[in-house]
Design a protein around this ligand. Structure first.
Ligand code: FMN
Length: 169
């Protein structure tokens, strides 16, 4: 087992994408995060895993609250820019503060305001369990999720169309 074979194997697990954001004294910060998942309904918990090499997570961790923004189809550029360490990630990004002050990214399918519930050892990542304290949901949106599969951005429509193609014998 080596990191490359792990990375390639795990890329076959398709998922949505999030950007995790916080409001620091220097302004809004955030990072693209695929490792988001549901965890518990009561209490309301979600989980994600920041890399130990992330320079942004240590700036978000001390904040009272932070936000998890679930990206919509068409927000690939946001995913790419929020994955570039050291860049001015919020330049040109439309956002507003949540009721708890965390930056909510415009056009996100749903946002979760969160507090840290626990953080655990996860090898070269840590495992964060986060308590959801507020949700903003656009129930009327017709947009689907931005998906990530085999290191490629995809949309639900694309997958549905591909699935509809008959398999030749
Ligand atoms: C599709 C995609 C998924 C990612 N998922 C994660 C993740 O689950 N955890 C993580 O720590 N970094 C993840 N990253 C990498 C971070 O976005 C990137 O390392 C981080 O933004 C580095 O910047 P920072 O130093 O400002 O934290 C992902 C990047 C991409 C492009």
């Amino acid at each position: 087992m080596n990191p490359t074979s792990m990375r390639v194997a795990l890329s076959h697990f398709g998922s949505g994408l999030t950007v995790i954001t916080g409001m620091t004294e220097e302004g809004p910060v955030g990072f693209t995060c695929q490792s988001f998942s549901s965890l518990s309904l009561d209490p309301p918990l979600v989980t994600f895993s920041p890399s130990r090499s992330s320079t942004t997570w240590p700036r978000i961790r001390p904040l009272d609250t932070f936000a998890i923004n679930v990206l919509a189809d068409g927000q690939t550029a946001l995913s790419v820019s929020f994955s570039r360490s050291g860049s001015d990630k919020f330049s040109g990004v439309e956002w507003r503060p949540s009721q708890h002050g965390a930056p909510l990214i415009g056009g996100a399918l749903v946002t979760f305001d969160c507090r840290i519930w626990g953080e655990y050892d996860g090898g070269d990542h840590t495992i964060v369990a986060a308590e959801v304290v507020a949700i903003e949901l656009d129930a009327e949106t017709k947009r689907g999720p931005l998906l990530y599969y085999k290191s490629t951005y995809a949309s639900l429509n694309l997958i549905t169309e591909n699935a509809a193609v008959p398999v030749s014998p």
